[in-house]
Design a protein around this ligand. Sequence first.
Ligand code: AMP
Length: 544
Amino acid sequence: MTLTGQMMDQPLSISALIEYAEKYHGDTEIVSRRTEGDIHRYTYADAAVRSRQLASALQKNGVEPGTRLATLAWNGYRHLEIYYAVSGIGAICHTVNPRLFPEQIGWILNHAEDSHIFVDLTFLPLIEAVYASLTAKPTVVVLTDRAHMPDSSLDLVCYEELLAQGDSSGFEWPVLDEQTASSLCYTSGTTGNPKGVLYSHRSTVLHAWASCMPDVLNLSATDVILPVVPMFHVNAWGLPYAAAMVGAKLVFPGAGLDGPNLCELFSNEGVTLTAGVPTVWLAVLNYLAETGGNLGVLNRTVIGGSACPPSMIDALQDKYGVRVIHAWGMTEMSPIGTIGAPKARHVANDSFRPLQEKQGRPPYGVDMKIVDADGRDLPWDGKAYGDLWVRGPWICSGYYKPEKPDPHENGWFPTGDVATIDADGYMQIVDRSKDVVKSGGEWISSIELENIAMAHPAVAEAACIAARHEKWDERPLLIVIRKPGAVVDEAELLSHFEGKIAKWWLPDAVLFVDEIPHTATGKVQKLKLRERYGDYLITSQVTV
Ligand code: AMP
């Protein structure tokens, strides 16, 4: 018979994170660029007091456990307070991506039936545009003080006035079951309606704990963390929780996600770690090349959301001394799935650089495998590729109020990505299964072709799509934005692929364009590109 352990049964909870930061790192700063235009500074102690005050105000206003409260906001201290206050009282912090189309935002708010929407000044017009279509008629709270309250056709509540109704001193965080839902984030699905992923206190704390591990983000109280990744994209990849867990200084860039604003914060605030999608770095690197600036004391950056081009790894590491941590994950995974961290022998013989192009290996807590079309395991030889399946305590077990049956396969979550895994457990994304180019039954990785194109000095951005082909069904078509003033033609760019890939992988054509569309989370919108250019190889014409 088993014996029960005699350890304290303390549920993992999000409120305990901010309590810890208040008690042990109370004077550590949180710095925010505000939509009002200025820089705001306070400490973890202030954030904890105001989170309790907001929690108390929300309870006074009738917010019950289980209620969903939406945010449409940039990264900033008020958004952080909502993260802690809402989850801390057993309600659900539902971050909405303001870059989605208004109809999608309306659909998501109706699906979640939010009781409140906390909105930054910048995004109020979005809510005004969709409000009539919202069935739950949520209370709209504007994240500002009385002096900056805007005129509106809607009845608005001022955040600072709402907060003032609360009492921080008499408030104690309720003890919640650790499986209580804490936050909600919808996937930016390219087809169909968005799907809601409902995180719990337990999954959030375990994910934050894992993020801090040395082979993951190696976070500490000496770090200064600037999440470029928005708090509406998988909870800024969990950084607002992990930072509190170690007492690291936080720097929130607000709406200033461009090269000049970010570089100013990197230098002025002594940022040591940042995180974001590759497109953000395209802008920052261009800005640095133009101005001859530097990245201050930044020493590592987490890049994920899309494959990090090798040329970007080289530029950041060799020119600016910033180590690239290439990461892969999904909204459904909180999001961390794999991280590019070396093993001892890679350090000993300085052999890690090529492996950084892979998406990395899982930390403890994530289990993965690749399978064929019948769900049979494929070998881990770095060559065989198949559908990537994952499982673990911070991976979703089903969607919130699903429209379709649960996608799980025997306890595994099929990611929709196609990948290889090598003998050391390093995973490489070949493609999103929808984006892989199926040429005569053989597969071509659009990511690999994009990475090669991006390494050409005249290329600013490249996207490869499966274009319809009469003989081979699909063939790769490369779509390229040239760098300003750069000269390169199709023949030269194609010759740049020689010796780097099998001949039959060579793109059939190169199209030079001025713009490549991106999704609300910064990924190339391949669906849109396929709609526009999918018949190019048949007709050599663009569908407008
Ligand atoms: P999202 O849930 O919006 O963050 O999107 C998750 C998807 O982004 C994954 O299933 C991958 O297709 C893609 N993705 C995330 N990180 C990477 C990466 N490092 N390399 C390639 N694709 C990635």
